[in-house]
Design a protein around this ligand. Structure first.
Ligand code: ADP
Ligand code: MG
Ligand code: MG
Length: 901
């Protein structure tokens, strides 16, 4: 008989942390905490395997499940000393969901189960607290009604709100017992009229229905959305934990709260927590009430506060990671109800990992593996410009202040519901989602938004936690914001703001401002630097930057680039002071005119290279010779259209024949350069071969610049790179031409600069004959944008027409232009490296496509033995960390795979 149920209680549990997949995160950690001797109410967990069986058989409990539940319940009753349904001393339980990965608030939980018209009286008599008993019963009916019977929560809540208004009280605890009893009757009536039957009175029947509903909540819309966003497989399912209730709503010595062992926004080692006296847990986590600061607990119950901190520290050391805990205090006694590894911002992830190493809790390897490389983007996210913000505040544009729940700066158009957020974001608009409270139902809208603002709820509410995990700037509990959903406006700071107006959200300070505020690049924090210095120690793969200007080069260096893997010389051609000369060069009818134009470009190019070489003193710089087809420089589509129009106008007016002739000549030239498939056309080394004077000028500019800075004491290492070679002949000819010019320039300059000449491998044929290409080429750099384009035969500029369909139908797992296709393009890379190194064993090999900063692609580059990856300056930290992770993983895998002696 399969074991479907695992008990915990009185210091002993059948389960433990290692049974996460079977018991879910919540169930396994409750078991683990029980075994650690931490105060946890007794209970039992129904496994995900039971869930799977239930789903396989068309939502039927598998054989034996209910018998096992019955005996676990009996044990729970003994541990608790109470009996479910006992009219004098009733046991009440919670029924909680829990998947193997935490999905805060995405599935359901029912509290206070076991109450009915008889047990509520018993509970009141036994505790001597009538108010408490009715508070539990009204909560139970509302939660059960919502989760099990499918009646919207608001249907109940509106009666509570109306009652509070009627009584003239602000908070729930001020509502007296008799009123709560009447409210409970109203709730039962709602259930009766909505479902056509009485509220179920039999506790065992309640339990059976609740377990079923929690199982089913795996397929709720919000849970499904969350899984989609976080790539969680649908077949994992949820476990169900049933446990004895402890009551935070028993009066002023009771309460409930949520805490993080460190600040999830910054990683700062402080206890980051919120607390509500005389309340139950869902009030905090569902953002129903805005809780108090934890200092409130410290004041009220200092010993409990100390005990809580001790347990928090103990849990963190036990799990070796920052924890997110739920606790409840019942009449001065503390209970833990949940612990899990806390969701955190990227900045916090870095800081926590580094601090834990300093505290000797984890080693550097573990710390490096703890941070997701792509999340580093967030650490590099801009914040608001302090001065611009100060001015905005002075100008009266501060709309509201709330609690800073997730750091970062966001600017966008205000929307008031998740659907619109999704719709507008799809249309390419940047939106800020503004809601009364943070509800997990809004998950898709939160994901689509740049930032999130709520007028109610605390920083530890589920939605705030989810926003931190997503890296979305978020402000909660901005109480001054009054939303009118029908009119699609909100009022704050004495202004009315309509949907679609721009607001700025500072998730780091909790401010919401009208209009957009300028953003600034962040500085690197100390822990970020330290983590990356460890990454550098472990990685063997080099990291370079793609940079076209001295500014980019400096930025790249600051981020830790060990050289430049790609300078795109054509970017220099587009500068306003040069484009005219470039056009002159292209338009030239004869060689002499062309040479004259080319000569005019030389000093510009030389200066560019001087600046870059200086910035990269001591590090190698790869310069690619001209690559794009020439027509790109002649006229953009708008200019072309204007020329045609001007020509037609002059013709119609019969004016300015000289201008007409000039336009004719220009248009004819443009037409003659037009190609059907420019990406497969007259570009790269093909240009260098048909117009050798252009490459000659560029090579000369590189060498003159190198010799000039070398003389000034700069250590320079130019690598001249020929683009788009596909045949041995192309390689040989361009190599020889380059060598001739470079040597001549060197002699003229009298410099002693060493340089190399290599090639891009981006035509599939080049990868296949790499052994022969390497006879001349002294280094390789895989241009994976073109290589992907030509391997798939997908035009990069047109792929958007069909790629979404392909992704949706699962024909492709990823966009191959962002995530390297290891199977196909990767195979060509493997072949290219292997054959190239057959000819030159020490061949330097890099990659300079967009893939050089994508973690999975970087890992691949490490595995195939590349020398370095090159990516845009901002991606460098990501590449450094990815490279370290790749090495650590490869080593761990080979250690595991190694035969034991
Ligand atoms: P979620 O996964 O949505 O956080 P939980 O199962 O953790 O759902 O429960 C929601 C809230 O109810 C939490 O604050 C939790 O601490 C509280 N809670 C759950 N079980 C109990 C219990 N047995 N006694 C008191 N509070 C409980
Ligand atoms: Mg919880
Ligand atoms: Mg290319």
């Amino acid at each position: 008989m399969t074991k479907y149920v695992y008990s915990f209680g009185r210091g002993k549990a059948e389960g433990s942390s290692v049974m996460r997949n079977l018991l879910g995160g919540k169930g396994c950690e409750l078991a683990e905490m029980t075994n650690l001797g931490i105060p946890v109410p007794p209970g039992f967990t129904v496994t995900t395997q039971a869930w799977a069986a239930y789903n396989r058989t068309g939502r039927q409990f598998p054989d034996g499940l209910w018998d096992q539940v019955a005996s676990a319940l009996e044990k729970l009753e003994q541990d608790a000393g109470l009996v479910l349904g006992d009219p004098r001393r009733p046991l009440l339980v919670s029924v909680r969901s829990g998947a193997r990965v935490s999905m805060p608030g995405m599935m359901e939980t029912v509290l206070n189960l076991g109450l009915n018209d008889a047990t509520v009286e018993g509970l009141a008599a036994w505790t001597g607290n009538e108010r408490f008993a009715w508070d539990c019963y009204r909560r139970f009916i509302a939660m059960f009604g919502d989760v099990v019977l499918g009646i919207k929560r608001e249907a109940f809540d509106e009666h509570l709100e109306a009652l509070k208004k009627h009584l003239g009280v602000k908070s729930d605890p001020e509502v007296p017992a008799a009123e709560l009893a009447r409210l409970t009757q109203t709730f039962k009536d709602i259930v009766g009229s909505r479902t056509g039957s009485e509220f179920p009175q039999d506790p065992r029947e309640q339990l059976r229905l609740a377990v079923r509903a929690v199982f089913d909540s795996w397929f709720a819309k919000k849970a499904t959305e969350y899984r989609r966003i976080h790539n969680i497989p649908a077949e994992w399912g949820t476990a169900v934990t049933v446990m004895s209730m402890v009551f935070g709503n028993l009066g002023e010595t009771s309460g409930t709260g949520v805490g993080f062992t460190r600040d999830p926004r910054t990683g700062e080692p402080i206890f980051y927590a919120e607390f509500l006296a005389n309340a139950q847990g869902e009030d905090v986590v569902a953002g129903i009430r805005t809780p108090e600061h934890i200092d409130d607990l410290k004041r009220r119950m200092p010993e409990i506060y100390d005990e809580l901190l001790t347990i928090a520290g103990r849990l963190e050391r036990h799990y070796k990671d920052m924890q997110d805990i739920e606790f409840t205090i019942q009449e001065g006694k503390l209970y833990l109800l949940q612990t899990r590894s806390g969701k955190r911002s990227a900045a916090a992830a870095v800081r926590v990992a580094v601090d834990l190493v300093h505290e000797a809790v984890i080693d550097q390897h573990t710390a490096l593996l703890r941070v997701r490389p792509q999340d580093l983007n967030q650490v590099l996210h801009p914040g608001f410009d302090a001065q611009d913000k100060a001015e905005a505040i002075r100008a009266g544009r501060l709309l509201a202040r709330g609690l800073p729940a997730a750091p970062g700066a966001a600017v966008g158009e205000v929307v008031f519901d998740a659907d619109r957020a999704v719709e507008w974001a799809k249309a390419g608009r940047r939106v800020i989602l503004l809601r009364a409270e943070t509800s997990p139902e809004d998950i898709a809208g939160m994901y689509a938004a740049q930032g999130i603002v709520t007028s109610r709820g605390g920083r530890t509410s589920h939605a705030a936690v989810v926003a931190v995990g997503m890296g979305k700037p978020c402000v909660v509990g901005a109480g001054d914001v009054v939303i009118s959903e029908e009119r699609r406006t909100f009022e704050a700071g004495g202004r009315t703001v309509r949907e679609g107006e721009i607001v700025s959200v500072d998730g780091t300070t909790g401010e919401v401002l009208l209009d957009s505020i300028d953003t600034v690049e962040p500085g690197l924090q100390d822990s970020f630097r330290e983590l990356l210095s460890w990454a550098d120690r472990y990685r063997t793969l080099g990291v370079r930057a793609n940079a076209d200007t001295p500014d980019d080069a400096r930025k790249a260096r600051e981020f830790g680039a060990e050289g430049i893997g790609l300078v795109r010389t054509e970017h220099m051609f587009f500068a306003p002071d040069r484009i005219a000369i470039v056009r002159e060069m292209i338009m030239a009818g004869d060689r002499a005119t062309r040479l004259a134009a080319v000569q005019k470009l030389l000093p510009f190019q030389r200066d560019d290279f001087v600046g870059i070489f200086r910035a990269m003193d001591g590090l190698p710089v790869t310069v690619r010779l001209l690559d794009p087809p020439l027509h790109e420089f002649l006229a953009n589509p708008k200019e072309y259209r204007e020329m045609i129009e001007e020509r037609a106008r002059l013709d119609a007016l019969n004016m300015n024949p000289a201008r007409q002739a000039a336009l004719d000549e220009k248009l004819a030239k443009i037409d003659s350069l037009r190609e059907a498939n420019p990406m497969l056309g007259h570009r790269g080394c093909r240009l260098g071969i048909t117009s050798p004077e252009i490459y000659a000028m560029q090579v000369r500019a590189i060498m003159e610049a190198a010799c000039t800075v070398a003389e000034q004491g700069v250590k320079v290492e130019p690598e001249i790179m020929i683009p788009l070679t596909g045949t041995v002949g192309e390689m040989k000819l361009t190599y020889e031409n380059t060598k001739t010019v470079a040597e001549a320039a060197k002699i003229e300059m009298g410099g002693a600069v060493t340089y190399t000449i290599g090639t891009m491998i981006e035509v599939p044929r080049a990868a296949l004959i790499a052994d022969k290409i390497a006879q001349d080429a002294e280094f390789f750099s895989f241009g994976t944008n073109d290589l992907t384009q030509m391997t798939f035969g997908y035009s990069r500029d047109d792929v958007a027409k069909f790629l979404p369909d392909y992704l949706q139908k699962g024909l492709l797992q990823h966009d191959p232009f962002s995530v390297l296709d290891q199977e196909g393009v990767g195979e060509l890379i493997r072949i290219g490296i292997e054959r190239g190194r057959r000819t030159r064993p020490d061949l330097k090999v890099g990659i300079c496509g967009e893939h050089g900063g994508e973690p999975a692609s970087v890992e691949f580059c490490h595995k195939v033995g590349m020398t370095y990856v090159s990516c845009s300056p901002f991606m460098i930290p990501i590449a450094r960390l990815s490279a370290a992770q790749a090495r650590i993983r490869v080593r761990e895998a080979s250690a595991e795979g190694a035969p034991s002696a």
